[in-house]
Design a binder for this molecule. Structure first.
Ligand code: GDP
Ligand code: MG
Length: 177
């Protein structure tokens, strides 16, 4: 049966940011419910999803926040960032502009979030390899310079989605515990 009375040792708030249509909501759907939808409108209005997992024998509840259509410049409010211990900066590897905008999103994040926040750069839609517009090396270089974790994912094919979330959550745990 379901373990509803599980003791939670930690709650980690992680925020998803990045341009519209890069796949933030689908990454969250894949991680939290193992679902994917080709219809992006299907997820509008979702504030956050939780998933409970065990790290180092501790029960960690990941509370992953989704922008739910507020991606316009400066439309994401400070309440969204408040209390976040992790952030995933998501771009679409087939859309160069979404990668070029990462610097701006990072600046916005650093202006709002705690200075110890763990940040991961995510190049999503790696299933669309033939349409790639962002070389892996460009993203690696940016991540290295800005001290970010980096991973390429596909919410559609489930590639690296679990690994990306586990990596950021484990790093947060390492810092906080
Ligand atoms: P958001 O605006 O960043 O939340 O983006 P969505 O999650 O709504 O995704 C936007 C569109 O991209 C939708 O049509 C999704 O089905 C599609 N999409 C999301 N992730 C992937 C992926 O990994 N691969 C492909 N091929 N399409 C994706
Ligand atoms: Mg969305």
């Amino acid at each position: 049966g379901g373990d509803f009375n599980q003791n939670i040792d930690y709650v980690f708030k992680v925020v998803l940011i990045g341009d519209s249509a890069v796949g933030k909501s689908q990454l969250l759907a894949r991680f939290s419910r193992n679902q994917f939808s080709l219809d992006s409108k299907a997820t509008i209005g979702v504030e956050f999803q939780t998933k409970t997992l065990v790290i180092d024998n501790k029960t960690v509840k990941a509370q992953i926040w989704d922008t739910a259509g507020q991606e316009r410049y400066r439309a994401v409010t400070s309440a969204y960032y408040r209390g976040a211990v992790g952030a995933m900066l998501v771009y679409d590897m087939t859309k160069r502009q979404s990668f070029d905008n990462m610097a701006r999103w990072l600046e916005e994040l650093r202006g709002h979030a705690d200075k110890n926040i763990v940040v991961m750069l995510i190049g999503n839609k790696c299933d669309l390899g033939s349409l790639r517009a962002v070389p892996t090396e460009d993203a690696q270089e940016f991540a290295q310079r800005e001290n970010l974790f980096f991973m390429e994912t596909s919410a559609l094919e489930s590639t690296n989605v679990e690994t990306a979330f586990l990596t950021i959550l484990t790093e947060i745990y390492r810092i906080i515990s």
